[in-house]
Design a protein around this ligand. Structure first.
Ligand SMILES: NC(=O)c1ccc[n+]([C@@H]2O[C@H](COP(=O)([O-])OP(=O)(O)OC[C@H]3O[C@@H](n4cnc5c(N)ncnc54)[C@H](O)[C@@H]3O)[C@@H](O)[C@H]2O)c1
Ligand SMILES: N[C@H](C(=O)O)[C@H](O)COP(=O)(O)O
Length: 327
């Protein structure tokens, strides 16, 4: 079986990302991991959780368990566990962009990322709403955020926007692009021949025929009708969000499209936080992240669960292999 070569970016050094990468170095997987991050933070995290770690050349062929291939991107400030230092903002972003460039140039078959602390990056003078948006800008393309656990896939029409800005952002062109990217990724990356997508409304009870909001009648329904007619897409909705996630409703659905972050993600995270991952669809390479944040209060305690990072590595390897097979 082909072994994809994946970039592994730990994220915020004061959080749980580095120690989870150390744990990943001890786990057998069917891919080659190359960490892109600060060597000292990885070492400090390993010391804190009492797990040995060794580092080696990024091109090393066979490495022993507990050894990480590493491209060192040093941080300015030593990471104090649990306390992000804004001085590290630029090198954290540099690590992500270095991995992205490597993916675009074909050095990596995909990238896996640990959690980043959005406020600390902004405090460090870097305008940042999320890695999804950062990678979209870097690649010059439109993307869709989709989180998935073994039960459910939830994609988002809008991502890291203040709630107040959401209704204005939900336009017909945006929905057409998002649904097109989601449908395309389900076919190409997930090998689903005719994906069924359940699209949520924006308002309570999907607007109750215009009595509780007009976005469904004016924007969402016409887009769905157009995409069904013009492109034959299998789209349900707009559905009331409160009942759309009932198991009976999800029976034949391949993905749910939520209109905004907190409409879809609480359900996904509640139904399987440990094994969920966050994917960026539409990039020229696979990017998969953990579904959790920096969990600052757990950093160095040894209690951070590595399951989401392990699931992200396995998912990225699968996506990488699919793309390699399709080349
Ligand atoms: N992938 C990402 O980069 C990502 C994802 C979500 C949030 N964030 C960022 O992380 C920061 C903190 O966000 P938050 O506090 O809302 O979410 P969080 O996921 O860090 O924490 C939420 C809860 O889950 C627990 N938790 C998180 N990861 C865990 C793990 N691996 N094992 C066991 N328990 C775990 C935490 O202890 C906490 O109780 C914010 O800046 C946010 O923007 C980043
Ligand atoms: N929206 C994501 C979540 O809640 O899990 C998270 O903030 C990370 O998103 P990026 O990968 O875009 O940073």
């Amino acid at each position: 079986m082909t072994r994809p070569r994946l970039a592994l970016v730990p994220g915020e050094p004061a959080g749980v990302g580095p120690e989870l990468c150390v744990r990943a170095a001890w786990r057998a997987s069917d891919c080659t991991l190359v960490a892109i991050g600060d060597r000292d933070s990885l070492q400090r995290a390993a010391d804190a959780i009492g797990l040995p770690i060794a580092f080696t050349d990024p091109d090393a062929i066979d490495v022993a368990p507990g050894t990480l291939r590493l491209i060192d991107i040093p941080h300015l400030a030593p990471a104090a566990l649990g306390r992000p230092d804004p001085r590290n903002a630029r090198s954290i972003i540099e690590g992500l962009l270095f991995a992205a460039a490597g993916c675009r140039q074909g050095d990596f078959d995909g990238m896996v990322t640990g959690p980043v602390h959005k406020a600390a990056i902004n405090a460090g003078g870097v305008a940042y709403t999320g890695t999804t948006e950062l990678l979209a800008t870097d690649a010059g393309c439109e993307v869709v955020m989709m989180l998935a656990n073994p039960l459910l896939r939830v994609a988002l029409a809008t991502t890291h926007l203040p709630l107040r800005a959401v209704p204005d952002a939900i336009t017909a062109p945006l929905l057409e692009r998002v649904i097109g990217i989601l449908d395309g990724a389900l076919r190409r990356d997930f090998r689903i021949e005719s994906p069924r997508i359940a699209v949520l409304g924006l308002n309570p009870h999907a607007g109750e025929a215009g009595h509780l909001g007009h976005e469904e009648l004016q924007t969402i329904e016409p887009v769905l009708a157009h995409l069904r007619d013009a492109r034959g897409l299998m789209l349900e909705g707009p559905l009331p969000a409160d009942t759309a996630f009932l198991p009976s409703r999800l029976a034949n659905v391949d993905a749910v499209l939520a209109m905004y972050h907190d409409q879809g993600l609480p359900v996904l995270k509640y139904s399987g936080f440990e094994h969920a991952v966050n994917m960026t669809l539409g990039l020229p390479y696979p990017r998969v992240a953990v579904d959790h944040g920096t969990a600052l209060e757990l950093a160095g305690s040894g209690r951070a669960d590595p399951s989401s990072l392990f699931a992200a590595i396995d998912q990225c390897a699968r996506l990488g292999r699919n793309r390699m097979a399709g080349r």
